[in-house]
Ligand binder design. Structure first.
Ligand code: SAM
Length: 220
């Protein structure tokens, strides 16, 4: 007896033949240093960023840690000869001290990865721009950048997620995607999810939750 079709889960991230470009760049990124994002979550970031590459506008990641996804995105942009810049925001000293204790389960300094190691990892990608320091303060460095095609928000804390939504959503171009890591995960219900729900509650936009726990919002 076959598996009921309703129970089947299509897992292209485990099918190298179907997703050869993903496999190639994922394995390159994963073998180049510390890599904490799962294959399925990496595949979603890859796929949705790929879908935005024909849009004008830049790419950003907020929450870089050791640069795993940043490396994946860099390889993707390079392969497709994208003209976009990749803006990377992180303290590079771990989670900021702005933790709201009744919400956040990280404490200051968690997930620290030194900037020089990430710079070294992404050497050879001239379109990468680093913005070390605490969000939202570092956003003033990109005040002139008003058109984003894809933004990966992976900061995991309530205030950091809210700050990113507030800054980037009005600057997303039509068809652009704001992509939020960990949104659906129970552990992040009072952080990433609460911040995104609060921000998008009275906006003409739908937060689409993926089975990986990530969420995306498409700018109409
Ligand atoms: C889950 S990690 C990011 C994982 C990363 N995308 C990867 O590919 O491995 C979360 C990161 O968010 C950063 N972060 C959180 N809040 C921040 C803030 N307000 N300003 C700058 N960085 C922040 C932390 O330093 C940490 O490196």
């Amino acid at each position: 007896m076959g598996i009921p079709s309703g129970r089947r889960v299509f897992t292209p991230w485990f099918a190298p033949a179907l997703t050869s470009e993903f496999w190639e760049i994922f394995n390159r990124a994963r073998s180049s240093g510390d890599y904490i994002v799962s294959p399925e979550c990496s595949y979603m970031v890859y796929q949705y960023c790929l879908s935005c590459l024909d849009l004008p506008g830049n790419i950003a990641e907020c929450g870089v840690y050791s640069g795993g996804i940043a490396h994946l995105l860099s390889l993707l942009l390079q392969r497709h000869a994208s003209k976009a810049s990749l803006h990377l925001f992180d303290t590079f000293e771990g989670m900021p001290s702005a933790s709201i204790t009744e919400r956040d389960h990280f404490v200051s300094g968690d997930l620290a990865a030194p900037l020089d190691r990430v710079v070294q990892r992404l050497d050879g990608f001239p379109f990468v721009e680093f913005h070390p320091g605490r969000l939202p303060e570092t956003l003033s460095q990109v005040a002139g950048v008003t058109d984003y095609a894809f933004v990966h928000v992976n900061v995991d804390m309530y205030q950091s997620t809210l700050d990113c939504c507030q800054w980037f959503w009005p600057r997303m171009g039509t068809g652009g995607i704001l992509f939020i890591g960990d949104y659906g995960m129970y552990a992040y219900r009072r952080t990433a999810r609460a911040a995104a729900d609060e921000y998008f509650a009275d906006r003409d936009a739908t937060v689409l939750l993926l089975p990986t726990g990530q969420a995306l919002v498409i700018k109409r």
